[in-house]
Design a protein around this ligand. Structure first.
Ligand SMILES: [Zn+2]
Ligand SMILES: [Zn+2]
Length: 338
């Protein structure tokens, strides 16, 4: 936690280059210019110039690469992710199912003009066939590219400090629920099986939820979001969902979660947080047990959403579910690993 990235970049060649002199001042490829700029900036007394010169000095003395794209970092930062990668993660913009957030390929404007949209909004085939027990699931961005790599850093490379950056994105998706959800929400992260959490050292969804709550406390203090991750536990270790089709995934996850009935206030509203929404099997099951335990409404927010590449057509007679088995071929298999 909070490990300085620059120690990772200290290697033998760096140390040899600086023998007999402070790092980066006289023997490195920079030939001391970064140090001079720092002194000049300090003398000039402008914080922006000082910061720029400091970045020069630090990145020269302790060169490090972005852990997402491998390009050299141009400024000193605790989180080794460059500005380009950070900026490349953008919110979803496609038309989506109003319940689960599945992308739907439809010309929304034309459908509205033709009066084709039902009162309940745009629904995907799955939500039409089997209504989920959550009110709405929202996600910040599609699970792909740089966001996918950042989630990998969080989940598989123990880089828990990336949660703060990702939590800010999650907060944006949670904000889209503000108008509909209660002013007091219990926030619970989808729990990991205890052995899994012990192995990882943390529950990545809880870190994301806490970071998002902190962000929203600051920007929207009137909205009372209270984390209660002990509300639910995963008492059965589920088989990896990697090789399972959507139906098998639902069967696999059934009965895996238990709600601490003493902690839930009947009639309360719960916000369930997870890192990735893939087929919705986990969100549906968690919502089911939470509702059974007395929650009045369950909302779901995830950082990323695995979107099916196929289209679902508007007309009911032609509406077809996407072939989700394509995920594995797309390299999204880790999205469904518990
Ligand atoms: Zn990068
Ligand atoms: Zn849906």
């Amino acid at each position: 936690m909070g490990r300085c990235i620059f120690s990772e970049s200290l290697n033998e060649s760096t140390l040899n280059a600086s023998t007999g002199a402070p790092l980066g001042f006289s023997a490195g490829p920079d030939d001391g210019r970064a140090g001079m700029r720092l002194l000049q900036a300090a003398a000039a007394g402008t914080s922006a110039a000082f910061r720029c010169a400091m970045d020069d000095l630090v990145t020269t003395a302790f060169p490090s690469d972005c852990r997402v794209c491998n390009r050299p970092l141009l400024r000193s930062t605790v989180l080794p992710i460059c500005d380009i990668c950070r900026a490349s993660v953008q919110p979803q913009t496609s038309s989506m199912c109003s319940r689960c957030g599945e992308a739907i390929d439809i010309d929304l404007e034309s459908a509205c003009l033709a009066g084709q949209l039902p009162d309940e909004g745009l629904l995907c085939s799955e939500c039409r066939a089997d209504e989920p027990m959550f009110e709405r699931a929202v996600a910040y961005a599609v699970y792909q590219g740089e966001l996918r790599e950042m989630i990998h850093l969080l989940k598989y490379e123990h880089m828990d400090r990336v949660a703060k950056l990702l939590g800010r994105m999650l907060a944006e998706s949670i904000l889209t629920l503000e108008a509909e959800a209660a002013q007091e929400l219990l926030v619970v992260a989808v729990p990991l099986f205890p052995a899994k959490q012990h192995q990882r050292g943390y529950n990545q969804s809880a870190l994301l939820a806490n970071a998002a709550i902190a962000e929203l406390h600051h920007s929207h203090p009137q909205w009372q979001l209270r984390s209660l991750h002990t509300l639910m536990e995963r008492h059965r270790d589920t088989r990896s969902q990697f090789e399972l089709n959507p139906v098998s995934r639902r069967v696999n996850i059934q009965g895996a979660f238990r709600v601490n009935a003493n902690a839930i206030v009947p009639g309360c509203e719960v916000l369930l947080v997870d890192d990735i929404y893939t087929t919705g099997a986990t969100a549906r099951e968690c919502a089911r047990v939470l509702r059974r335990a007395g929650a009045n409404k369950v909302w779901v927010a995830t950082l990323a959403r695995a979107q099916t590449p196929q289209v679902a057509l508007w007309d009911d007679t032609r509406l077809h579910a996407a072939q989700r088995f394509g995920y594995e071929a797309e390299g999204l298999s880790d999205a469904i690993a518990p």
